[in-house]
Design a protein around this ligand. Structure first.
Ligand code: MG
Length: 394
């Protein structure tokens, strides 16, 4: 019985991980759940899976949850914020921690899981985007298994099984192209929040969905792949593949290309990460190839989606540029979701931040975290000046 801790249990990844665990009760036991403020769903999860440790967003949410589940027999520790996340990430009986917290909140608890020797099924891109080198060093030092959950990274990871010692020519990350794949640059100026949140292929959380619409998501995956698989930026290509059936490919030295295909369903990569190296039922439907007819591939439009190139650019030196890119994007997506800026301002704000914020020297996790926070503050303070006509000169 494998003990599982889920960070972000009420988010898209957490819910689907629990769907798989529900099919395989004989194999997995939930020992810890960490979520934010969705107490209704968290209460249901606690009643169903009876974890020993539960973490909520804040003291108020924890109090509320304690009152609601007071009828349950046995002891459940219910805590909150940093301490709660840390307890959930390092739960003694957990062999595997699912890292599904959104954005930079996932950074510290994911590191804590690695430090305490847990295997990690990683969905939070920001861990590798913000602290890739440090994180991969810790993973190697602690000798834990790092299992990617992001569908593209899982695909690459699956293609590499049995080919570990072979030289990679390049990897090709596929991208659906998002909801605005065929939109013109002019169309992008009139996009609504609802249109941007309506992804044609994948059901995901709001931040990832908006990032998919700007192709920032693919940019973050380029950075993620660099660290996960020890590649240079020149070995990574992005291919638009609207059908989202080929989840990514690896080309080896001999010219062979190995791809991983499957339904557009996150339960496949999540189940692979949960049960690795075995494959288990994930509850997905089979693909009917004759019905599908054809698979198509084309080049991404760099002019329409400048954030993809920005992500490649951020890798040019070993500075903190990826942290600036990521922090500015977090702020810009928030501004768009709260309807303070139109869609086409998201890339503008990120590019301005990369241009205007000075990179720093960071080594420790604390320095990375505080640099990230300083960039968030700076962008929140200055974005209006940057994008308004007659604003602050560079
Ligand atoms: Mg992905």
């Amino acid at each position: 019985m494998k003990g599982i801790s889920i960070l972000g249990s009420t988010g898209s990844i957490g819910i689907q991980a629990l769907d798989i665990i529900r099919i395989h009760r004989d194999r997995f036991r939930v020992v810890a759940l960490a979520a934010g403020s969705n107490i209704d769903l968290l209460e249901k999860q606690v009643r169903e899976f009876r974890p020993a440790i539960v973490s909520c967003a804040d003291a108020g949410a924890a109090r509320e949850l304690r009152a609601r589940v007071s009828d349950l027999p046995g002891q459940t520790w219910i805590g909150q914020s940093t301490e709660g996340l840390e307890r959930a990430a390092t739960a003694e009986e957990a062999a595997l921690v699912v890292g599904g917290l959104p954005g930079s909140t996932g950074l510290l608890p994911t590191f804590a899981a690695v430090e305490s020797g847990k295997d990690v099924a990683l969905a939070t891109k920001e861990v590798l985007v913000m602290a890739g080198e440090l994180f991969m060093n810790r993973v190697a030092e602690r000798g834990i298994r790092l299992l990617p959950v992001d569908s593209e990274q899982s695909a690459i990871f699956q293609c590499l099984q049995g080919n570990g010692d072979s030289e990679i020519n390049r990897i090709m990350l596929t991208a659906s192209g998002g909801p605005f794949r065929d939109a013109s640059i002019q169309d992008l100026q009139r996009v609504t929040r609802e249109q941007a949140l309506n992804h044609p292929r994948w059901k995901m959380g709001p931040k990832v969905t908006i990032d998919s619409a700007t192709l920032m998501n693919k940019g973050l995956e380029v950075i993620e792949a660099k660290w996960l698989f020890g590649l240079t930026a020149s070995q990574i290509e992005v291919v638009i593949h609207p059908e989202s059936i080929v989840h990514s490919m690896v080309e080896f030295q001999d010219g062979s290309i190995i791809a991983q295909l499957g339904a557009t369903d996150m339960r496949i990569p999540i189940s692979y990460a949960l049960a690795f190296p075995q494959r288990i039922a994930s509850g997905t439907s089979p693909i009917d190839f004759p019905q599908l007819g054809s698979l198509t591939f084309h080049e991404p439009d760099a002019e329409k989606f400048p954030l993809l190139k920005a992500a490649f650019d951020s890798l040019k030196d070993r500075s903190t540029m990826p942290i600036i890119l990521n922090a500015a994007d977090e702020v810009a997506v928030d501004l768009f979701l709260s309807e303070k800026i139109p869609f086409h301002r998201i890339p503008r704000i990120v590019l301005e931040a990369m241009d205007r914020v000075d990179p720093a020297q960071v080594e420790t996790l604390e320095e990375i975290q505080s640099f990230h926070e300083s960039v968030v503050e700076r962008v929140m303070k200055d974005w209006r000046l940057w994008i308004e006509p007659g604003g602050q000169p560079r």
